[in-house]
Design a protein around this ligand. Structure first.
Ligand SMILES: Nc1ncnc2c1ncn2[C@@H]1O[C@H](COP(=O)(O)OP(=O)(O)O)[C@@H](O)[C@H]1O
Ligand SMILES: O=C(O)[C@H](O)[C@@H](O)[C@H](O)[C@H](O)COP(=O)(O)O
Length: 208
């Protein structure tokens, strides 16, 4: 894995790694955050005890269960120094809700065949998520529309390769950091980005 990826970008939008349960949001999100030198937050940790108990019993969440959770996700996403957040964000309405609060939100959708996802879940033990919810997750999923700032990363390769794909696609859509020279202090300020530079002023292109 390439290191120091953060230096390639002039600024970063708030990232949501999305997809159905078992696609690798936590695994890949952690790798991506490490590469970018920013924090990672698992949306799982923002669910209420009632939501966790519901999923553990094998019952899918409904919209009423998810709105308070999405509110918590939005609060973190909109912070001055947003982490990479893993959040299923299955429906367009949920993503609209997040974007209404954090307009620069950029979605990274991990996608793969159901067989692959089931295979992942067969080897995972989880605090509360029942593997039987895959069908409900897949039927709830509304794929990203072209007008949503996003990229798509297939999960048919190991996690570090998924992360590499994401970084390569980001390099196509985010502004690159400019090279620094002693004679160009402004460029130096851009390249030597601090956390406060992470509040984006651009809207990255959508991927297809
Ligand atoms: N690309 C991948 N290839 C193989 N195994 C993976 C991949 N991504 C994740 N996994 C494994 O699949 C399981 C589910 O991943 P996880 O990150 O918990 O998914 P999610 O957070 O989307 O539910 C974990 O055991 C993880 O190690
Ligand atoms: O909206 C939902 O139904 C849940 O948020 C769900 O999509 C999410 O996947 C769980 O939090 C389980 O966590 P994992 O995705 O990590 O399995």
């Amino acid at each position: 894995m390439e290191h120091g990826a953060r230096q390639r970008f002039a600024s970063l939008p708030p990232f949501i790694v999305m997809g159905v349960s078992g696609t690798g949001k936590t695994t890949v999100g952690q790798l991506l955050a490490a590469e970018l030198g920013i924090e990672f937050l698992d949306g799982d940790d923002l669910h209420s005890a009632a939501n966790k108990a519901k999923m553990a019993s094998g019952t899918p969440l409904d919209d009423d269960d998810r709105w308070p959770w999405l509110r918590a996700v939005a609060l973190h996403l909109g912070s001055d120094s947003p982490p990479v957040i893993a959040c299923s964000a299955l429906k367009r309405a949920y993503r609209d809700y997040l974007r209404a609060r954090v307009p620069q939100a950029f979605f990274i959708h991990l996608t793969g065949a159901k067989e692959k996802i089931v295979e992942h879940l067969a080897f995972r033990s989880h605090e509360f998520m029942s593997p039987t919810l895959v069908d409900s997750q897949l039927s709830t999923l509304e794929p990203l529309d072209p007008d949503e700032a996003h990229l798509i990363a297939p999960i048919d390769v190991p996690p570090d390769e998924v992360c590499r794909t994401i970084l390569a696609k980001l390099a196509e859509s985010l502004p690159e950091a400019t090279a620094t020279t002693d004679a160009d202090p402004e460029a130096a300020a851009t390249t030597d980005a601090t956390d406060s530079d992470r509040s984006p002023t651009h809207r990255p292109h959508a991927d297809h």
